[in-house]
Design a protein around this ligand. Structure first.
Ligand code: SIN
Ligand code: CO
Length: 396
C-alpha cells in the first residue's frame, strides 16, 4: 500500500504527497542524493556489450560525426566503438530493465506513481561533452545520474519555440537559450525530474557520465478516442440508427436542427458513459508488453506444472518488466485484471490478492486456500500463463 506521507529517499526526503501536489506534471525538481547508495550494476563496457546484441534497442549520437548530430542504430560491433571520436558522443540503450534484474529493482522505488505508466529505464553513457541535443519529450522522466557528472539546462514550455534544426534525423531545438534558474550540475546519485514538454539539454562533464532515464508514458487522448471507438464498435448493434424524434419545430426542411444534434450527442454519450469499456481499453493498452515478441504464454502442460509448483510453495517472483494493472468496479463487485496485454474478469473479493501481487515481488503460494473463491485458481493460472509471475529458478 502506498504511504503518501512518509518522506522518501528517492525524492530527497520529500513525501510523495508533496511531490504529487507541487511537481508531478507541473514543474522540474532537482533531487540531490536521491539515489546515493546505488551500486551501478552495469559498467560502460557492459552497456556497449548489450548494444551489440541484436535484440537490444540502442543508438549512438555523435555531435560532430560524418554529419552534424549523426545517429547510428543497433546492432553495433567492436568496429563501431573502435571508430568513434574521442569525445562528444552518447550511447543510449533502451529498456534495460527488460534485460537486467537490478534495474527492475530500481523501478520498485517509483511505486508512489502508477506503475502502468512506467515505460522503461533507458541508460545513456556519454564521453565528455556528449549530448543528444536540446529537445523535449512527451514523457515525465526522472533523469538519474548514476556515475560521472552532467550539466542539465532546462526550459519551461513557454520559454522556447518548437522549431528544430533542419535536415537531421533528431528533433533538436534550434533556439535553446539558458535559464540560469534551471541550470544544474548533477553528480552521481542526483536526480532531475522533468514533466513533459520541458526542453532539456544535458551535456556530459567527464568520460564517466552515465544517466538512467525512468520514463512515464501517457496515451494521447487521440489514441484513447480511436481505441475506445474500435472497442465500442466491436459490440455495437448496427440496427441502431439515427432516430431523432420529429417534434414538429423544424421550420425549413433543409435545416439540421439543434434537436438532431442533441439527440446524437445523447446517443454517443450513452456509449462513452461505460466506465468498464474505458477501463478495458486503458488496461489492455497500458499492460501491453514492451516486447510482446519475447513473451511466450505457457502451454497447458507447462502451465499445469508451474501451477503445481506454485501451490507446493516454490518461490515465484513478479518480473520487473511484467505489466500488471487492475480495475475495480466496487459497485458491481467485479474487477478486471490486466497482465501483459490480456485480461481476466473476477470477483472483486480477490482484490487483496491482486494487490499483494502488484505490491510485492516475491511470492510463496503454498498457504493459498483455493476453495476460498472459485476465481482464485483461474487467477493464479492467468498470472502464471501471462508471465506476470514466474518461478524463480536457482542458477545451476
Ligand atoms: C541522455 O541521457 O543523454 C538523454 C536523456 C533524455 O534527454 O531524456
Ligand atoms: Co529527453
Amino acid at each position: 500500500m502506498i504511504d503518501l506521507d512518509t518522506p522518501l529517499t528517492i525524492l530527497g526526503g520529500m513525501t510523495a504527497q508533496t511531490f504529487l501536489n507541487e511537481y508531478w506534471q507541473k514543474k522540474p525538481l532537482l533531487i540531490r542524493a536521491g539515489l546515493s547508495d546505488f551500486e551501478v550494476p552495469l559498467e560502460a563496457d557492459e552497456l556497449a556489450g548489450m548494444a551489440m546484441e541484436e535484440e537490444v534497442e540502442s543508438r549512438l549520437v555523435i555531435e560532430n560525426g560524418k554529419t552534424p548530430w549523426e545517429t547510428q542504430q543497433e546492432p553495433f560491433d567492436e568496429d563501431t566503438f573502435a571508430n568513434l571520436p574521442e569525445k562528444e558522443w552518447t550511447l543510449l540503450v533502451q529498456a534495460v530493465d527488460h534485460w537486467v534484474p537490478e534495474i527492475q529493482a530500481l523501478k520498485e522505488q517509483f511505486q508512489f506513481l502508477p506503475s502502468w505508466r512506467l515505460d522503461d529505464v533507458m541508460i545513456s553513457y556519454a564521453t565528455e561533452g556528449g549530448s543528444v541535443g536540446s529537445h523535449y519529450d512527451q514523457y515525465d522522466v526522472f533523469l538519474i545520474q548514476v556515475a560521472g557528472k552532467r550539466r542539465w539546462q532546462v526550459l519551461a514550455p513557454e520559454e522556447y519555440q518548437d522549431s528544430a534544426i533542419a535536415d537531421i534525423s533528431l528533433h533538436i531545438l534550434d533556439n535553446f537559450s539558458v535559464n540560469p534558474e534551471m541550470d544544474w550540475e548533477l553528480e552521481a546519485g542526483d536526480i532531475l525530474y522533468l514533466p513533459p514538454n520541458f526542453a532539456h539539454n544535458g551535456r556530459a562533464l567527464d568520460d564517466e557520465c552515465m544517466t538512467y532515464s525512468v520514463g512515464f508514458r501517457a496515451p494521447s487522448i487521440q489514441d484513447a478516442l480511436t481505441g475506445i471507438r474500435d472497442k465500442l464498435c466491436e459490440n455495437i448493434n448496427v440496427k441502431n440508427r439515427f432516430a431523432a424524434p420529429e417534434t414538429g419545430n423544424r421550420e425549413h426542411s433543409a435545416e439540421i436542427h439543434q434537436d438532431d444534434v442533441s439527440y446524437l450527442q445523447a446517443e454517443l454519450a450513452k456509449l462513452i458513459n461505460q466506465p468498464d469499456v474505458l477501463a478495458n481499453w486503458l488496461g489492455e493498452t497500458m499492460s501491453e508488453s514492451k516486447y510482446p515478441e519475447y513473451l511466450a504464454p505457457l502451454n497447458s502442460s507447462d502451465l499445469d506444472k508451474a501451477f503445481q509448483n506454485a501451490i507446493q510453495g516454490r518461490t515465484f517472483i513478479r518480473p520487473g518488466d511484467a505489466r500488471i494493472c487492475y480495475y475495480l468496479n466496487d459497485k458491481e463487485n467485479h474487477m478486471t485484471v490486466f497482465c501483459n496485454g490480456e485480461s481476466i474478469n473476477l470477483d472483486s473479493e480477490l482484490a487483496p490478492f491482486v494487490q499483494a501481487i502488484t505490491d510485492q515481488v516475491e511470492f510463496d503460494f503454498s498457504g493459498l486456500d483455493l476453495s476460498q473463491n472459485d476465481d482464485l485458481e483461474p487467477l493464479v493460472r492467468f498470472f502464471i500463463r501471462q508471465q506476470g509471475v514466474i518461478e524463480l529458478v536457482a542458477p545451476e
